[in-house]
Design a protein around this ligand. Structure first.
Ligand SMILES: [Zn+2]
Length: 250
């Protein structure tokens, strides 16, 4: 059986002498593991598209319950990422997170769009890396079923003057309502940071990164996004550690 899919390459692992095993993300079929035979040979017509962070069109064949790549062509390469090692590292983290939060045989059109838009934003957008990172993390978590409730304070129902997000419960509250929320860590946001958070969660996905924050508010939103992700997923990421090492001096 043959099928043609448009997919982003989330991961590549070398296999045997000249093959790769790829993890693809498609809109229709979710995550798919495929073998690309011979693609590490320079002369292979598969070699250009069978690389991590490429968006391509793949003709797949099924053989004994596994998928192989018959043809592959590149639709988008995001070359601008490779001008800066920090951007490549961040894109690698996006790929690792996306792989974790998607499943086989479960359509993932929205996540695929988010992933491609985020690579495009890192490649060509005017936004700071930290802004793209926070928006990607929060939006991906929301699409994966971990959307925090941020319409009003979870305790008193009012718009918080000094907003905080309770990480393990994923709810907004006022700093004065802190005790009533229960145990666990809460992190502060500026009112501007809260508006940006709502924009990320509720706004038009095509304008996901289009918000402006002062450095303090952006720093807090970035810290919150990362801490919320760690609290929800209860694990760390090797690719995130690498990104943080690279940017530690900034
Ligand atoms: Zn309150």
């Amino acid at each position: 059986m043959h099928t043609t899919v448009r997919a982003a390459v989330l991961r590549e692992v070398n296999y045997k002498e000249a093959d790769k095993i790829l993890t693809l993300l498609t809109g229709e079929m979710g995550k798919v593991t495929v073998t690309a035979r011979g693609c590490r040979r320079k002369s292979s017509p598969l070699s250009a598209a069978c690389q991590q962070l490429v968006y391509g069109e793949f003709v797949l064949y099924e053989y004994q319950g596994r998928w192989g790549v018959k043809e592959a062509s590149t639709l988008r390469q995001f070359r601008g990422l490779f001008r800066e090692v920090e951007r490549v590292a961040l894109a690698g983290y996006f790929a690792e997170l996306t792989e974790l939060l998607t499943q086989e045989e479960l359509p993932a059109g929205e996540v695929l769009s988010l992933f491609l838009n985020s690579l495009h934003a890192l490649d060509q957008g005017p936004w700071p890396r930290e802004q793209v990172k926070a928006a990607f993390e929060l939006k991906l978590l929301a699409l994966a079923g971990y959307e925090p409730l941020v319409d009003a304070c979870a305790v008193c129902g009012r718009e918080p003057e000094r907003p905080m997000l309770h990480l393990s419960q994923g709810v907004l509250h006022c700093d004065t309502c802190r005790e009533a929320v229960g145990e666990g860590i809460s992190m502060p946001l500026t009112p501007g940071g809260l508006a940006a958070l709502r924009h990320i969660l509720w706004g038009d996905h095509k304008r996901l990164f289009s918000f402006r924050l002062d450095p303090q508010s952006l720093g807090q939103l970035g810290d919150l996004a990362e801490a919320y992700l760690a609290a929800r997923l209860e694990r760390g990421f090797r690719t995130l550690d690498l990104y943080k090492q690279l940017t530690a001096e900034e």
